[in-house]
Design a protein around this ligand. Sequence first.
Ligand SMILES: *[C@@H]1O[C@H](CO)[C@@H](O)[C@H](O)[C@H]1NC(C)=O
Ligand SMILES: *[C@@H]1O[C@H](CO)[C@@H](O)[C@H](O)[C@H]1NC(C)=O
Length: 398
Amino acid sequence: MATVGNGKLAKIPAASLAVVAVVTAVISLSVAFFSASICRRKSKILSLRVKELEASLDASLEMAASERRGRIRAQQALRVALAQRSSDGSRMSRSESAVSYPMAPIAFVQSCFATRNGTPRQPLVVPLSRACLMFDSSRVPAAALDGLAEYSHCWVLYVFHLNTDLEKLWKQTSRSKFKAKVRVPRLKGGKMGVLATRSPHRPCPIGLSVAKIEAQEGHAILLSGVDLVDGTPVLDVKPYLPYSDSIQGATLPKWLKEEENSLAISSVCFSAEFNSTLSICWSEHEKKSLYASMDEFQSLIKEVLSWDIRSLSQQSRPHHAIIEGESHECSLLPAAGVIYHLILEGIDISYRIDDDGSNILVERATIVPSASTVSNKYHYNYSMWREKIVKINDLAVQ
Ligand SMILES: *[C@@H]1O[C@H](CO)[C@@H](O)[C@H](O)[C@H]1NC(C)=O
Ligand SMILES: *[C@@H]1O[C@H](CO)[C@@H](O)[C@H](O)[C@H]1NC(C)=O
C-alpha cells in the first residue's frame, strides 16, 4: 500500500516539478527577452541622444568659429579706421567726430550792409542800422512770431556764412584751418584765444547778436542796431530778457576796458559833391530803401563811419600821398589819402581818412549796378513799415 501510495506520491511531485521547471524557464526566458528588449530600446534612445548632443556640439562649434571670424573682421575694420584717423592728425574722440545736428536756417537777413567790410563789429553801436528778418514760411508759420514784437529787443543766432573757411570747417572736421589765436582790433594786432573774442573765425561759426525789434508784419521782423551782413542765415531768434540777460556788475578783461573808445572817429563831414551825388542816387533808390528820407540815410552813413570800420590790413597799408586842393566844407579836413568805399543798401559811398585816422571826409555816392547788389531783393521798403513802426512807438509812449 505504501509503494502504491509512494508511487503515486512520487509521480505527483515529479509532474509538478516539471511544470514548475517549465514555468520557471518560460518566465526566465521571457524576463531575459523582456530585459533584452528594454536594453535594446534604452541603447537606441541613448544613441539618439548622443547623436543629438553631437549635432548640437557641432552647431555650437560652428557658431563659435563664425563668431570668432566676425570678431576678427570687426577688429580689423576698427584698426583700419583708427589708423586712418591718426593719419588725419585729428585728436577727436569717436563720439565727438560722429555727432552732427540737422540745423537749417529759419530766416534770412536783408540788411543795409552788403559786405563784411563796413558792418559794425558789435550790435547796437549803429542804432540806425536796419535789417528785415525774412522767415521761411515753409518752416516757420507766421503764428510762431506772435508776441515777439511786444519785446523791445531780441537775440539773433546766425551762421557766419561769409567765412571763406566754412566748407572745410564743417565738411572735414579736422582742425587744420581753425586758428586758436586771432588778432584783436583793440590790441592793434595783438592776439587772443578765439573763444575769448567775438571773432567770426571760430571752431563752430555761429554768431550771436542782440537787436532792437521795431515791428513785425507777417513773416518778417524789422530790426535796428544790427551788425548783420545781408544774406545771413538765421538759426534762431529769442526774446531778450533784461532781468536775466543783463548782469549787474559783470566785468571785462583789462585789454577791453582800457581803450574803450580807441576805434571811434572824431568827425565825419560830407562834401558838396557828396550831397549832390547822393540826392541824384536817392531819387532812384528811395522806393527800395528802409530809410524814410535822404537825411535819415545820411545819418546812417555818419553813424556807420563814426566807428573805424577799416580792417586791420587796410589800416597798416601806407597811405599814398595824393595831394588834393584845400577843402572848405569842414574844419578838420583830411586833404589826402587812400579812398575807401562803404556800400549801404546798394549805394557806394567813397570817403577819405586823415593821417591821424580820426577825421573822415565823405566824397561821393554812386549806385552800384543792380545785378550785383542786394537792394533788388528787398521785399519791404520804409513806407511799407511806416505804419507799423509808428504804431509801436505810439504804444511805447502810452
Ligand atoms: C551836406 O549835407 C549835410 C546834411 O544835410 C549838411 O550838414 C552839410 O552841411 C552838407 N554839406 C555841404 C558841403 O553842403
Ligand atoms: C515801397 O514799395 C511799394 C511796393 O513795391 C511801392 O508801391 C512803393 O512806392 C514803395 N515806396 C516808396 C516810398 O517808394
